[in-house]
Design a protein around this ligand. Sequence first.
Ligand SMILES: [Zn+2]
Length: 536
Amino acid sequence: MKPELTLEQKFFSDLAERLTPKERLPLLDWARKNRRTEKGRNFTFRDRPYLKQIYADTHDFIVIKKAAQVGGTEFAISNALHFACEYSPVTIIYTFPTATEVRNFVAGRFNPSIAVSPYVKERIGRVDSVSVKEIAGSFLYLRGSFSDREALSVPADLLIHDEVDFSNQNILSQYEERLTASRYKKRLFFSTPTVPHFGIDALFEASDQHEWFVECESCGHGFLPQLEQIDKDKAMLRCPLCHKACSRRRGRWESMNPGAAIRGYHLDQLGCAFVDIESIIGKLEGPKKYDKRMFENFVRGQASAVGVGSVNRGIIMQRCFTDAVQRSDSGRGRFMGIDQGGRLSVVISEVIDSKRCIVYMEEVEDDDDWSRMHRLMALHGVTTCVVDYRPEARAARRFAKQYPGVAWCCEFVTSDKELYFDKDEDYLVKGNRTEILDGAAEQIRDGRTQLYSKDEVVETYISHWERLARVEEVDRLGRTKAQWIKQGVSDLSFADAYNRLAVLIQMGDLSDIAPTSEVADTIDRGEGGSWYTAKW
Ligand SMILES: [Zn+2]
């Protein structure tokens, strides 16, 4: 830490600093001179000509919407080290989604970058841990946006946010205030994009939107690389004008939205000589091909809504993360929802301030392992549980019957009622599938469903919700009917919907929605499928 200066000392030191302009090496030259590759070689931009302008850019607010492996993290490391050394003493805050990512980054990328660079290595100070590093008298703080639930309270001069789309949006916005007192107020946001108009994609939309035009060495034509320009037989990119091969080692940046206050760059693997065309073809077709959305996100660096349903990552990340600390992995008075079919998927919640807070989720691969469900019932002191009734009706019934008045099987029927108790069976509730999923989706959109932290199972939860699409169809009589269509595995969304029903059973007033009709409802097994007995 710097010793406290008296006001007078501070005045003279600030004055002295202003009177003697520092010879600061620009980042591009600094990186060439002082950074080294993993193999200890000097930095070159031969295969990554597009990075040159980004390294030379002195804009104080840069966002990079990027494909995988195009040099984004290297740039952020260069930026942090250069700023720490050349502008010392400054404070830098560098965030990742979680603590695991911080650890992996420090051990796998950051520390090795320091180790190979003698210039930086000899400037490392006494403070050198996973979360704080002293570099040339500057301080670099590394934080997980979900693991460190409060924004760091130190003032910062540079904020670097990696994997913006996977980070706690609320915490990221809190970090903005850390810049208030700084002379520099520098920001670097970068991420692989996910859904449109969210996270890095939203920032890029607000930026001056630089796109990389590859230049043909043969005819000089500049073009935005597209899939149609790939020659699959020769595994090369061809110029759309003269059809000759392009090495992708020449190009230029062009702004698509000039004048915007934020500087934005989009990095696409197609325009990046560092990523060979053959590997891109492999991700487009062949045994290890990516699905369309993954291809757009990770290869093209583009946001994509392909196959994304009515509840998407943007909605969940922005509205469903509470800053409160999760109380514990066990408790009393909790609610449980279980989906079955291939595996058992469980969502456990508690209700705080009229919000359904999800405290635990698990997917049990063996759908015979009901003993795990019994253990979870006890561990969380579950007071109401709703279990998917199909396909293993007997197993579900056996489970529910062991907890009379606590556990219920739920069957989807053609009724237009969201939920009601079965007249004849005391373990059974019935309801309309669309209404039930609508209810759960609405809670997410309203922020009445809350998640505490982001880990693997929460990522799965997000992807399961994204795979459910709400589709409205107009029938022959002109009536609109909505249906939720599964576009892939979405078990945790169903477990989530059952969990909400458990809350409804215990805390809602179900007597109001008991059936009045004497006509029995028929079973509804969702779209397609042999259980789907009714068509309107
Ligand atoms: Zn050409």
